[in-house]
Design a protein around this ligand. Sequence first.
Ligand code: ADP
Ligand code: MG
Length: 885
Amino acid sequence: MWFSKTQEEVLRELGVDRATGLSSEEAKARLEKYGRNKLKGKPKKSLAALFFDQLKDMLIYVLLGAALITMIIGEYVDAVIILLVVVLNAIIGVVQEYKAEKAIEALQQMTTPKALVRRDGQVKEVNSEEVVPGDIVIIDAGRYIPADLRLIDSANLQIEESALTGESVPSDKDAEAIFDDPKTGIGDRSNMAFMSTLATYGRGEGVVVATAMDTEIGKIAKILDEDNEEMTPLQKRLDELGRILGFIAIGICVLIFVISLFQKRDLFEMFLTAISLAVAAIPEGLAAIVAIVLALGVQRMSKINAIVKKLPAVETLGSVNIICSDKTGTLTQNKMTVVKYYTLNNLKDVPAEGSNFSASQDEAELIKTFVLCSDATYENGQGTGDPTEVALVVLGNRYNLEKNELNSKHQRVAEKPFDSDRKLMSTLNVEGNGYRVHTKGAIDNILKISTHALVNGKRVPLTEEMKANYLKSADEMSDNALRVLGAAYKDTDSMISPEEMEKDLTVIGFVGMIDPPRLEVKDSIRVAKMAGITPVMITGDHKNTAVAIAKELGIADSIDQSITGAEIDQLSDEEFSKKINSLRVFARVSPEHKVKIVRAFKAQGNIVSMTGDGVNDAPSLKYADIGVAMGITGTDVSKGASDMILTDDNFTTIVHAIEEGRNIYNNIKKSVIFLLSCNLGEVITIFASILFFWPVPLMPTQILWINLITDTLPAIALGVDPGDSDIMKKKPRNPKESFFAKGAGLRAIIGGVLIGALTLLAFFFGLREHGYTLGSENIPEEVLIYARTMSFVVLAASQLFYSLTMRNPVKSIFRIGLFSNKYLIGAIVVGIFLQLMVISVPFLAGAFNLHNLSLNDWGIVILLALIPLAANEIIKIFMRKTERD
Ligand code: ADP
Ligand code: MG
């Protein structure tokens, strides 16, 4: 039992040195031996299984039944065609599902947590799947524990183990504890940390004792079944729509069959026609197309650094009208440099370049406290850790107060970690024969807990006047967009507990550091505003600093648009919510204020995206419509709670993601409207011909064939249409807006009616050429075949052409570029080619009952097929005109 052994025994048994960790070679060898550190998921479906899955569909059963009947009757050709359609449909389904699944898998790969391990004497970040037994793992607040660990170091470490024990209150950990009782429960093993649990506070280190299925969680979850196939609101709505349309289609088919019964038509043929029409009209492709468009869209978004974790987020993104963004690192570069420092009545600039500066006594104390109270490192031009602290360590280097030297002289014996509520951090270090508390943090908070000040090497009582002087200088720095950080200390004879550290301190002074805005953010903010989106800044930093940067970036115009966390606390929820639409900067806020901010914005009917990186940000990320986590600086907790992760932590990426989200939604809409127009066209053709006692212009196999050509490739190609360049000049979409709003539904109907009418017209032309009309009796078979070929071409080609005009509801196809969607052009070319093939290859023409057309008739059918496209373009002209007026 690892928890009964001493740290040394454990380390020895696992063959690892705590200071250097495993060597890379050893880690590699162990990875081979023990396998990747992951819990086994559901076994993947084979291609064959996927294929047969596709066949488990009501429509397919119907088709198979139809094939059987045709076979019994002896219509072998028809049977073969029907079976072919079934197989092709299944293949297309498999390809779509496979692609969608691959896209999702690739995303999951990107979101697997990382682990900090010590290898070859250095701390490295590795994929948590590559952690092996014997690895030394470094734990800090907000990280998932990557494997089962025996702790070898802990500082205020708390771990939330609800995944394992169901207990949601974090348990305190203690690396020094040893439990002799082998029956010690999992929840009581305070010297252990377990895979998939979450460090919520403090720091620690542990050595990996078990990975993958050997871990405690692995033992529980022998097979982890993580099915998060969440349907998006749109998918749900379309699913419903599909079902309704399906019933309507079946109703119409039954009606057609019944009417033709009374008309004494050929029963068998009408039966097949009804079935084929049902297959063509039921929009069973809807769900598949939406799924694949979403999956492909999500894949594309990952390439622009936005990883969408939950599919519904793609849709919601298009409606976002408030982006709440953290300042540090998201709007700014998070590359801090100390440029000024202040000890009482003594403001100095840090020279821009050079080192080996000397500091006065007070200044040296100031820098020493900052350096000792930092976890960051800076070696060979490389900093690790919190950039705020890196800047402090760099400052120390330049003034000959090296971190390593100071640390060996003043060993750290205890600490109270930084948290964004207190905005303070403290350490207890050895000082002479006693100890000294070093505290750094927001200067206002430092002054609140200080009773004395260090002035010219002497501790003097802190007067109100001195406080005012400190604050005045700090405000001046803040007004110049500097991040201000104060320092204080206190001496004690004995060790004290973290609770007693932060009181009765002696303030030393503060520093001001620059954190330049990200260059591209200013443009993105302009784009966002043009798109009807309001960016707001959220920060733990000082109000003046925040407003100065917000002004520079174009987020705010004046300090009246800002509020602090303390001021928020003064307001009732209602008052705050009334005021919120005029606010742009939220300063000195804590994570719980973020929840208030989101709630207030939402109460005003806004769709809110909120960024976050810390452990405490999880609630606000969950509560926001779009929770955005930081990929680089973000904790695992925040990533877990988010809908989207920015791999570059950049504000600009949020705006890009919104743009993509809007495009994806529009593309889905285009595909769906297109599909519905096509299906409607087919239904109208058949239904009208039956209703008016005409011969049916299309054979069942022909209907199936056209459905296959138009329902698949063009619809998907529309789904991956290149984005509209003007998409960010429009207001965000109202999430309640129906899919068929703004004339989209009407347009689907007009398109469908036209397609149907023209197909009938082509049939009529074909008959008339041979001296018959729609009402004629005893039309010879050859004439019917010829006329049917004409309607066959018109029905297919008009749909193919129509897909082009569907690319934009108002812009003309020439404006958006006739050839700018290569996939769509490809789909149309393939469609036409296949169409020509079945008409002109004698064997196929025979099977499908088609006959090649005269040149003249080719001209007629092509002209007819262009009409729906032309009509929609004309409607667009009127739309543009009314839009302008
Ligand atoms: P933001 O990320 O919006 O800048 P933070 O919560 O990181 O806000 O910081 C808020 C305030 O906390 C800062 O203005 C600073 O005064 C203080 N602070 C930030 N980082 C540290 C740290 N590592 N140690 C002590 N205090 C810090
Ligand atoms: Mg921060």
